[in-house]
Design a protein around this ligand. Structure first.
Ligand code: NI
Length: 179
């Protein structure tokens, strides 16, 4: 992990990333191509996630803060895997807890599926614990999902990834190499 990033031509041909078209927390349409020229940190999750998602988004926020002005070259992107509950309004409220540059993206089921497929991200509704009692609330469920932060280069190509629970200092180290 601590080795420098290999030059692009020596990088393994990892098929992660690709076009998406979604809506940010201010209601603006956003295409993946809009971020060309900047590094992207891409993370998929959902606002009702009790633990992992807030931790990952906090790690991204802390890492970007630590980078100072250089962080302006990096766009942190949070894409919901729970579009039925994560409305634009809710994403706006949620994103306010994290770095001010965070783009919190939602969209239709199809749009989310396209983005997740491009990043090889798995997600699925998890069975409600109330199911056995027959009292399942349609809006009370959790999501299983891949919890990896992807680092993409200025052309939108895969550079590196951070498994969940990566300490912010490690993320900073890696980001410095990529800048
Ligand atoms: Ni989560």
């Amino acid at each position: 992990f601590d080795q420098p990033l290999p030059p692009l031509e020596e990088r393994p041909n990892v098929l992660i990333g690709g076009p998406f078209s979604l809506t940010d927390q201010f209601g603006a349409r956003v295409r993946e191509a809009d971020f060309r020229g900047k590094l992207m940190l891409v993370y998929f999750g959902y606002t009702y996630c009790p633990d992992v998602c807030p931790t990952e988004l906090q790690t991204i926020s802390v890492a970007l803060e630590a980078l100072g002005p250089a962080a302006e070259q990096i766009v942190p992107i949070f894409i919901t895997v729970d579009p039925s509950r994560d409305t634009v309004a809710l994403m706006k409220e949620y994103a306010a807890n994290f770095h001010p540059a965070l783009r919190a993206l939602s969209g239709s089921r199809e749009e989310i599926a396209t983005a997740a497929k491009a990043y090889r991200v798995y997600y699925a509704k998890s069975a409600s614990e109330d199911d056995e009692a027959g009292q399942s609330d349609a809006d009370d469920y959790s999501m299983d999902h891949t919890a990896i932060v992807f680092l993409m280069d200025r052309e939108g190509r895969y550079l590196a990834h951070f498994p969940s629970a990566t300490p912010p200092e490690r993320m900073v180290e890696r980001l410095r190499q990529a800048l």
